[in-house]
Design a protein around this ligand. Structure first.
Ligand code: SF4
Length: 382
């Protein structure tokens, strides 16, 4: 997607326009439920002609309600859920001699690249689904039960920075709820098209809030938008869970910024946890070559296919480094402004474990929130 087109085997070369699916679902009388990715709230205003980096969360929600969405939820919630599941998986692997380094799995562009180019190494990928797909499973099970809605009558739609998410939601294994977990992934550009087509003057809208019970994510979920964000979010939680002590300095500067490879070593209870962060598929290939030859001496590696991470994703308005940098500043500012900045402290996270999942890596969690990967090497031989 985006600048990755020449090297990216993520199925994003043909960009489908799925806006018609929203109209169709409305005509069919479905309950329209949307989730909005962390980065999308920082790029939708730009897609509608406003200044780069304008954060318009409240106006975006109002516009989506005017378009007919019955519920608009915050994907930050399942970014937090990803941290809970992935963080515990990492702890398990470190403690029990599992496959290391573990690698993030929330970017479908990267996952598919690994499946096609390094199929023998997919056991390094975390089994945790991406936040988009976790939300899809949760909406058609836990939320449907809680709200008394027939899951067959739900149209679950995501607003993403990403064209690869369209491929991800159609993977056959992404149906653990008993239905296709996410019915359509729309890009930020497609949401902008819907808003324009409806004649909505975005600049004049009042602010609304995300709907409960998934309306308040943590700052840790918010920074998933930027390269290094998943790693920083994971470190905030893993540190506190393992040490039982409060983390004084939440910002891990070593994993922020736009260098191709970023590294950090964090002392947790006497164990030095070594991590790395890469973005762009060129850097992904370099780090995978090191995994293959055994020189990637890390416990955990974050990989994002797009330069800059999702905030530079191909479903956003056209980007250059200056724009990506400007958007990124505001991503980190939103983290600072949020009342809760660690995934494990989110009330929605506590609620879903208490009421539904039990604990991280429970049987229900495994069934709904984790997945398996395929060998897709044949795709390269076509
Ligand atoms: Fe999609 Fe984000 Fe991955 Fe780019 S980095 S392919 S926008 S998930």
């Amino acid at each position: 997607c985006g600048q990755c087109v020449q090297v990216c085997p993520v199925g994003a070369l043909t960009i489908h326009d799925d806006t018609n699916l929203v109209y169709k679902a409305k005509e069919e009388g479905k309950v329209l439920i949307a989730q909005v990715a962390p980065s999308s709230r920082t790029t939708i205003a730009e897609a509608l002609g406003e200044e780069t980096g304008t954060v318009s969360t409240g106006r975006m929600i109002t516009a989506m309600k005017m378009l007919g969405f019955d519920y608009v939820f915050d994907t930050d919630f399942t970014a937090d859920l990803t941290i809970m599941e992935e963080g515990n998986e990492l702890l398990n692997r470190i403690t029990n001699g599992g496959v290391l380094p573990m690698m993030t799995s929330c970017c479908p562009g990267w996952v598919k690249f690994c499946e096609t180019s390094y199929p023998k190494y997919t056991q390094h990928l975390s089994s945790a689904k991406s936040p988009q797909q976790m939300f899809g499973s949760v909406i058609k099970t836990y939320f449907a039960q809680k709200a008394g809605i027939d899951p067959a009558n739900i149209f679950s739609c995501s607003i993403m920075p990403c064209t690869a998410k369209k491929f991800e939601c159609k993977r056959p294994e992404m149906s653990d709820s008993g239905y296709q977990d996410v019915d359509a992934a729309l890009t930020v550009q497609e949401l902008a098209k819907l808003i324009k087509s409806a004649g909505i003057d975005f600049s004049k809208l009042e602010e609304s809030r995300f709907d409960n019970p998934f309306g308040l994510g943590s700052g840790a979920g918010e920074i998933f938008a930027a390269t290094g964000g998943v790693m920083e979010a994971a470190l905030r939680t893993v540190y506190e869970v393992l040490t039982g002590e409060e983390l004084k300095q939440l910002e891990f500067q070593a994993v922020r910024g736009f260098e191709g490879l970023k590294e950090a070593a964090v002392d947790i209870n006497g164990t030095t946890v070594k991590v790395a962060v890469v973005h762009s598929l060129g850097e992904a290939r370099k780090i995978m070559d090191r995994v293959v030859d055994g020189t990637a001496d890390y416990h955990f590696i974050e990989v994002m296919a797009c330069p800059g991470g999702c905030i530079g994703g191909g479903g956003n308005p056209v980007r250059n480094w200056k724009k990506v940098a400007k958007r990124t500043v505001n991503v980190y500012q939103q983290d600072k402004d949020l009342p809760i900045r660690k995934s494990h402290e989110s009330p929605a996270i506590k609620m879903i474990y208490e009421e539904f999942l039990g604990e991280p890596l429970s049987e229900t969690s495994h069934h709904l929130l984790h997945t398996k990967y395929a060998n897709r090497q044949d795709i390269l031989r076509i």
